[in-house]
Design a protein around this ligand. Structure first.
Ligand SMILES: *Cc1c(COP(=O)(O)O)cnc(C)c1O
Length: 451
């Protein structure tokens, strides 16, 4: 049988791929036909496309590797699982089973953690906006509340008086650890004395008791030394705070931010080279917290990593819906997944693995999403062999922030599957239906429908 005729075309090799500061590109197609033993073809047939797929094995492996690395340098450590990174119940369950506390940044996340059965005492409550009702519950249930601003200290004092009980509080600090921009909008600034003023405010209160010190530098922090600088500055602050309160602190919380092996746009080196291993971060922390270890009972070290633990465990299967040639010569493919469910595509370039071997030359291609929006681009420049309609590909890593920041915009949100350690796929969030979307709505009364 002859191949069907297709009109010849010229391809202009003047493409962002080859620009001086362009991203490094895959120069040969990567192939993937299964995830943790589950065939892509079967997954799509059974659960549809697009489809998020999580590997339980990888989540546990990542957690244990990171936890062991930190525990070996600072034994009294607990991890708080960052809910906003991925708060699907089954994902949280895996990390809680591994020993993680819950780290939440809103009333909604607090309620979700409680709904998962996490006791209040095992919740770290962060975030710039904590309504009074949320604070009341958190205080009653004994969670670790890290105050973000002076108004919150006042609110906590009010709650303590209402409930006639002392309120333990942590203070969140922002500081210059050489990471720019500095996330100075969260917490009390160290360098300008605001943080010390916050401790004085706590000390002057009969109700508030200083329990801990918190700092979250930012996310995807490639410079591991920044954690050393932050730990050193926090240490000095802890010494000063303890001399004001006359009591040792209970915990020192260094937040999250350790990167996953993901390709941040603008970082030229591939993630295998650009992203340090978690052991590097642990060593830096250990070196700067040694003085605390010499205490009879060292305070608890808390870390709140999200991205590092879950990102690489998440994959997205997506399918080619259409193929077209753009006027500038680029080959364009319309996928069934776009920025509606891949929020992180703004910053990260995903690894692309095709479901089959395809011959032919590699062409500069653009991957478009299914939205009726010009900005719906999954990858603006990638070398791919000619793809056909109906073929699938796997994008990764997508485990962090996508299934929380996704939107029900134009399209339904797809199903999420976890491939269990046994190799069995389990639906951990079914695909949305029209009924889900309309459930919260209220139309005008029936008799007005035809007017
Ligand atoms: C988002 C967030 C985290 C988790 O950050 P990652 O970069 O995903 O590790 C931890 N702590 C706080 C306070 C956060 O806001």
């Amino acid at each position: 049988m002859k191949d069907p005729y297709s009109k010849p075309s010229m391809v202009r090799v003047g493409n962002p791929l080859y620009a001086k500061h362009g991203s490094s590109a895959q120069s040969y197609p990567l192939i993937r036909q299964s995830i943790e033993g589950a065939a892509i073809k079967d997954l799509v047939k059974k659960y549809g496309s697009p489809l998020f797929v999580f590997s339980e094995r990888l989540m546990r492996e990542k957690y244990r590797q990171a936890y062991d690395a930190v525990r070996s340098v600072y034994p009294n450590v607990r991890f708080g699982w960052s809910y906003k990174t991925n708060y699907l119940a089954a994902v949280c369950r895996v990390f809680h089973q591994e020993g993680a506390l819950a780290e939440v940044v809103s009333q909604f996340e607090y309620e979700k953690a409680r709904h998962h059965g996490v006791p209040g005492g095992q919740i770290i409550f962060n975030g710039p906006h904590k309504p009074m009702d949320a604070l009341r519950r958190a205080v009653r249930e004994g969670s670790m509340i890290n105050a973000d601003h002076f108004g919150e200290l006042e609110d906590l004092e009010t709650v303590g008086k209402e409930l006639k009980k002392p309120v333990k509080v942590g203070v969140r600090l922002n500081l210059n650890a050489g990471i720019y921009p500095i996330w100075s909008r969260f917490g009390f600034n160290l360098e300008n004395g605001q943080a010390a003023a916050a401790v004085r405010r706590v000390v002057s209160s009969k109700t508030l008791k200083l329990a801990g010190v918190h700092c979250h530098l930012g996310t995807f922090i490639l410079d591991s030394a920044a954690y050393g600088r932050a730990a050193a500055k926090l240490s000095e602050f802890v010494r000063a705070a303890e001399s004001m309160t006359g009591k040792p602190i209970e915990y020192l919380d260094l937040g999250g931010g350790i990167p996953s092996r993901s390709h941040l746009k603008g970082v030229y080196q591939p993630p295998e080279i650009a992203v340090p291993g978690v052991e590097t971060y642990a060593a830096v922390l250990g070196a700067n917290l040694k003085w605390l270890l010499s205490r009879k009972s060292p305070p608890r070290l808390l870390l709140e990593n999200g991205r590092h633990l879950v990102d690489e465990a998440g994959y997205l299967i997506t399918t080619v819906s259409a193929e077209k040639l753009l006027p500038d010569g680029r080959r364009a493919y319309v996928l069934d997944a776009g920025i509606n469910i891949l929020y992180t595509s703004t910053w990260y370039k995903f690894k692309i693995e095709l479901d089959r071997e395809t011959g032919g030359v590699m062409e500069p291609s653009i991957l478009l999403g299914p939205l009726c929006m010009n900005i719906d681009v999954v990858d603006e420049a990638v070398l791919l062999p000619r793809l056909s309609r109906g073929q699938s590909m796997v994008l990764s890593p997508v485990g962090a922030y996508n299934v929380t920041q996704w939107m029900q915009f134009i399209q339904y949100r797809p199903a999420v599957v976890m491939v269990r350690e046994s190799g069995e796929p389990l639906v951990i969030r079914r695909a949305e239906t029209l009924a889900d979307v309309t459930a919260c709505e209220n139309d005008l009364p029936d008799d007005e429908h035809r007017k």
